[in-house]
Design a protein around this ligand. Structure first.
Ligand code: AMP
Length: 310
């Protein structure tokens, strides 16, 4: 049986500027992408807050995907809002506006049923909130964390406090460099390991993801490519969707051995490859298990090769 996952993170209304088009108030936030991806593999319980303006169809979509919303509070005020503009090649983006709104006063109170979660994902949100949730889940066998430049730059002391209590950190290459002060990624991973986590996943956009680990005195590294798509529509949420596929897959395996972790890296890559095929959640909304299995098989084909015997 799959293990239970609890996630805390942002549930947002995003305004995306992509190739001259503006997409206002689409569903976003680290926890929305994570939850939808992870719930394809395992039961997911969401901890977040939205405002009175949060559209009912977004809530209904998360519920239809099987996400437990008992921990999604509706508070007086406006939902968290983020506005981003992408370069035409989609390789870089600028955050134009971040409005915390209801997240500014959020004090997560986990429903009793959430406290026995086996996997805890501290999604991208203020590190003080990540810590409050961590304190309420006592039974977690694996705690993973994501963050971003906004918090590394502004809340480093609080972030370091959380990192000391986390097994796995999932962040992108620029964030790994900013957090560690090292440009070289293996060195950056080593420096982050010194802050607490023993598994460090560095997401590199269309260059795939690297896994650095220090387990049972052994150090290792593993790589998963990104799927070579002919057309990318919107990269928003790809990182959170990767994390959801990764953690959901581990929860489904109910094991954290090397084989399970490698499969999880590919499940993360599969889900992220679907995410970027549509605006915001558009492609995740329709993806089926059959499509996921077919792309997983395509990944196996893409990366398989024989050991060289001389
Ligand atoms: P990603 O593309 O995986 O980095 O995730 C993008 C999502 O992160 C968007 O849907 C935003 O709503 C959300 N986001 C942006 N800035 C923040 C922030 N400071 N805290 C929490 N979530 C954020």
């Amino acid at each position: 049986m799959a293990l239970g996952v609890v996630v805390v993170g942002s549930v947002a209304l995003d305004t995306l500027e992509l190739r001259g088009h503006v997409h206002p108030d689409v569903l976003g936030g680290s926890a929305s992408f994570f939850s939808v991806a992870a719930s394809l593999f395992a039961p997911v319980r969401l901890v977040a807050v939205v405002g009175e303006d949060f559209p009912e169809p977004h809530r209904a979509y998360l519920a239809e995907r099987g996400v437990d919303l008992a921990g999604l509070e509706r508070a007086p005020g406006r939902t968290f809002r983020w506005r981003g503009r992408y370069s035409d090649d989609l390789q870089s983006r600028t955050s134009l506006d971040t409005q915390l709104n209801v997240f500014a006063d959020f004090r997560p109170q986990l429903p009793a049923a959430y406290r026995d979660a086996e996997l805890l994902f501290l999604g991208n949100i203020h590190p003080a909130l990540q810590l409050e949730v961590l304190d309420q889940v006592r039974s977690a066998r694996l705690v993973a964390l994501d963050t971003m430049n906004f918090w590394i730059g502004g809340e480093l002391a609080a972030l370091k406090k959380v990192l000391r209590r986390v097994d796995t950190v999932i962040l992108n290459d620029e964030e790994a460099r900013q957090l560690s002060g090292e440009h070289n990624l293996p060195r950056a991973a080593r420096a982050i390991h010194a802050l607490g986590p023993r598994t460090i996943i560095v997401k590199r956009g269309d260059a795939g993801a690297l896994l650095f680990y220090w387990h049972d005195g052994k150090q290792g590294v593993f790589a998963a490519p990104a799927y070579p798509l002919e057309e990318v529509v919107d990269p928003t949420g790809a990182g959170d969707t990767f994390a959801g596929g990764f953690i959901g897959s581990l929860a489904r395996s109910a094991a954290f051995d090397a084989g399970a972790i490698r499969r999880a890296m590919f499940h993360g890559s599969v889900l992220a490859s679907f995410c970027v095929e549509g605006i915001a959640h558009d492609r995740l909304r329709t993806v089926t298990m059959t499509e996921i299995e077919a792309r997983y098989a395509a990944f196996c084909d893409l990366t398989h090769f024989e050991t060289l015997r001389l």
